[in-house]
Each structure stands twice: as structure tokens, then as C-alpha cells.
Design a protein around this ligand. Sequence first.
Ligand code: URA
Length: 265
Amino acid sequence: MSAAPEPPLAQALLARLRFERAMGLECLPAAPLAPASALPVQVPAAPPPARTAPLATTVQAAPSRAPDSPAPAVLDAAERARRWSALEARALGCIKCALHQTRTNVVFGEGSRDARLVFVGEGPGADEDASGRPFVGKAGQLLDKIIGAMGLKREEVYICNVLKCRPPGNRTPNPQEIGACSPFLEEQLELLSPKVIVTLGSPATQTLLKTTDGITRLRGHWRLYKGIRVMPTYHPAFVLRQYTKETRQAVWEDMQQVIKFLSEG
Ligand code: URA
């Protein structure tokens, strides 16, 4: 006989516990954490109609795309494949900034090109530079756990970075590097046309949303990038450095909003 379905609160608590376990928590904290479902979910009111869709804006309503944002161009499969190949070839041969001199590999991005969910990080670190794959070091292992706790597999999402080459010593990307590299990301996002983009940390969030606001202020609030929903959250490397109940709770709340939105269709 199959078990009766869990009531919503129990389901939320179970999901939360799975996430905590994925994040490495071995036992429950003394003070209980609020279940994610009990936390306010921000779905603000509908936006006034605008003449033209701004590049990045705060989302004021629940539609997957802003009502007046340009509809994504429908590319046929062959044209899409041709554009992916051309884009990847251009990225792999790029010498637009000085980072090409110190890179071992260009880290283009990987995952499903039909993904509804895309994670965008800052730029490759040492492990990524060595392997040519995004998020494979310690931060990547945590990202994998976050993706798993969301009920997804790494292969089902797409993962990439603003920068495709490693800044020496993992320093923060400079504006010239971001300017040279972000057209690759922009075209990746155009080809992917996902339902949700999760930006990880300040540089990715600020680049896509064209803002100078910090991640602490931006995280947890839906924004739009060319009509696509963006959820900024903390970078997994920051979560590892700042391994507190508050940072984990914040990421969990942000991902709960993403899961909810994706499950709506
Ligand atoms: N940090 C990032 O922002 N990207 C990676 O690919 C790895 C670590």
C-alpha cells in the first residue's frame, strides 16, 4: 500500500531538511528554522504598461515574461545548433581581453540547451580553468547540492559564467573584461531563452541587471532581464565562507521561489 501524501507543511519541512542535509548539516539547530512555506513570498503587484521593455527591471507581477517584452525569436533547431557552434567557436578562440594570455581553458558553459533554469556565476576558478567546465570546484559541489535539493539534476539545467576565462588569482572581474566577455553570455541566454535565470553573487547579478546594488539588497527579489525572470542569490563560494543559518536560509528561500515559479508552468 502506498503512503498517504504528505500535508503541505510536512512537505515543506521535509524539503527544508533535505536542503539542510545537502548543505552539510548533520543535526537540527536548537532554534527551529521557519519552514520555507511560512515565509512571505514576494510576488508584487502588476507593472504599469511601458512603451518599451527595459533591459532589466524589478518584476512586479507573476507572468513569466513582461507583457510587453519582445517575444523570443523562435529559431528552428538547425539554425539554433549552428548558432551554438559558431558562438562556442568564437568563445574558444577569443583574444578580446588579456585573460586569454593566462587561461588554460575557455570555460564556455555546459548543461541542457533546452534548460528552463540557468545559473550564471562570476568566472572560472582554478579547477574550472584546468578542466574547461564551470562550477566543478568546491563552490560547484555546493551548487550541485543546491540543484539536487531543488529536485533537479545538473544535466537538466544550464550553468555558465559572465567571464569565460579565469581572472588570475580569482580576482573580481574588471569592467573591461566584463564588457569584452558579456556578449557571449547575452547570446547564450538568447539561445537558451530559459524561464528563470539564477544569478550567483554580485558580479553576475550586477552585470545582467545593469545595477551597482549589492547582492544582499538584490537577492530574493525577482527582476527581469530582457523579459526573462531573474532571481539573484548568494554565490555558493560566499555561502561556504559565511556558513551560517542566515545565509543558508536566504539561499533556500530564493530557490523555493524559483521552484514555485518553475512548477507553475
Ligand atoms: N565560481 C564561479 O563564479 N564560477 C565557476 O565556474 C566556479 C566558481
